[in-house]
Design a protein around this ligand. Structure first.
Ligand code: ADP
Ligand code: MG
Length: 460
């Protein structure tokens, strides 16, 4: 087996356990350039991919290599290097491409930024699938919960409640579950909270309340998007409560999204909040840089547009708030350059994305910054914040650290737990809620937090 065949076999194994989007993003343009003395050198196109493979996929790669290879692999080295295809290969590739294009020209639609949305019979956007969803820090817990629910509806977690800020993929995940379960039943109901409310009001006005009830209570899967808009609408809440009970009792899956956790939705009835807490509550937070790169790369492929990798990293590095903005930035730059018939460069992109680019000043804080600031403020060793001791004088600073990691740098709960000595995400969640509540009642806590924030400001 030569190096190429070996790598093809390894990729074949890895592909089985990853979504198509993740697989292509991280394994495209990778190859093995040597296998000697039980050592394999894997070449990757850039440092992001290198870091990502080392961090996330190393074990999987090692396992697959050892399954497939004739020799035992003891060491794997990742190296940034691009393959320069030989002339014959180049020629072969371009011939293949032409053949492919003519073959598929009729059934493959042009996918450009202005393509129309395709909505299926359940009102789901055809692009919001698991296949097109990039998993990374910030959404991995939510993604795992959604997959569990999609393969085991009504059993895994019921209800599933997903919350987080705008443009972070809640609707995408919700609809991805709809697509999956929709393959097995045609009783999938996807509605925005607004549509549910309007439907309810209309049904009451027109004396069709029974039809309304039947429609929703007959569902095998009920997806309600942006439930926060039900706040203060008592009649709708009452109706939803009964729909919920009916579906839940018969093990029908319910999934809800919101821009905040159930407890923080004002004027939401207590009994509804407690229903939501029966199942699983999970959040989505801002994506980190690797995830942003992967998402941009995948959107470029969806749109059949190629961006130089330095331009791609520039955009991913600078548009940080959410994925909707990232997509908006990409659409904008594609439209501009297609119109002017030019190729995007860092300079041309800088001009177009001016207002989206997050200034270097507000660069996000790292967990290390926060841990250091807290330990300095309380005059303790930063190792003790991460450590296991449950001494009172350490528990409080640790909880403050968790609170700040969440509030100031939007770190996900699992990551906070991991970075503070491998604790469970529920510990981080508990600490955040506790400090948030107590700082309202206890001025000392509020002052501690403000002083540490001042310290942090001087760092960034
Ligand atoms: P929300 O409902 O949280 O406001 P959306 O689900 O509407 O956000 O996501 C905004 C846009 O970003 C959508 O076009 C969606 O496809 C895209 N998007 C969000 N998260 C991801 C992801 N992890 N991978 C790929 N695309 C994503
Ligand atoms: Mg949404």
């Amino acid at each position: 087996m030569n190096n190429d065949q070996l790598w093809q076999a390894v990729l074949g194994e890895i592909e089985l356990s990853l979504s198509k989007a993740n697989f292509t993003t991280w394994f495209k343009n990778t190859f093995i350039n040597s296998t000697e003395d039980n050592k394999v050198v894997i070449c990757v196109p850039n440092t992001f991919t290198k870091a990502w493979l080392e961090k996330k996929y190393h074990e999987q790669i090692a396992k697959a290599l050892n399954n497939v290879s004739e020799q035992e692999i003891k060491e794997i080295i990742y190296k940034v290097e691009t393959k320069k295809p030989s002339n014959t290969e180049n020629l072969l590739n371009s011939v293949k491409r032409v053949e492919k294009e003519t073959e598929n020209s009729q059934d493959v639609p042009e996918t450009k930024s202005n393509e129309p949305l395709i909505i299926n019979q359940f009102g789901l956007n055809s692009k919001y699938t698991f296949e097109n969803f990039i998993v990374g820090k910030g959404n991995e817990l939510a993604h795992a919960a959604c997959q569990a629910v999609a393969s085991n509806p009504g059993k895994a977690y019921n209800p599933l409640f997903i919350y987080g800020g705008v443009g972070l993929g809640k609707t995408h995940l919700l609809q991805a579950i709809g697509h999956e379960i929709g393959k097995r039943t045609n009783k999938v109901m996807y509605v925005t909270c607004e549509k549910f409310t309007n439907d309810y009001i209309q049904s009451v006005k027109s004396g069709q309340a029974k039809t309304f009830k039947e429609k929703y209570r007959n569902a095998d899967l009920l997806l309600i998007d942006d439930i926060q808009f039900m706040a203060g609408k008592d009649g709708t809440q009452e109706e939803f409560f009964h729909t919920f009970n009916e579906l839940h009792q018969t093990d029908k899956q319910i999934i809800i999204t919101s821009d905040r956790p159930p407890k923080s939705i004002p004027a939401l009835e207590k009994r509804l909040i407690s229903r939501f807490e029966w199942g699983m509550i999970t959040d989505v937070v801002q994506p980190d840089i690797e995830t942003r790169v992967a998402i941009l790369d995948s959107k470029c492929r969806e749109k059949n547009y190629s961006l130089d990798s330095d331009v791609l990293y520039f955009v991913a590095n600078n548009v940080q708030n959410n994925i909707r903005e990232l997509e908006g930035a990409l659409n904008r730059l594609i439209a501009f350059h297609e119109f002017n018939n030019t190729t995007p460069t860092i300079d041309s992109v800088k001009g177009i994305l001016n207002n989206l680019i997050t200034s270097a000043k507000s660069k996000s804080l790292t967990s290390k910054n926060i841990i250091e600031a807290v330990s300095e403020y309380f005059d303790i060793d930063s190792k003790d914040i991460i450590g296991k001791s449950r001494k009172k004088e350490l528990v409080y600073p640790r909880q403050i650290t968790m609170f700040l990691m969440r509030q100031e740098s939007n770190t996900s709960y699992p990551t906070i737990g991991q970075e503070l000595g491998g604790r469970d995400h529920t510990t981080a969640m508990h600490a955040f809620n506790k400090i948030q509540k107590e700082k309202k009642e206890n001025e000392k806590i509020d002052q501690d937090i403000e002083s540490i924030k001042q310290k942090l400001k001087s760092i960034c």
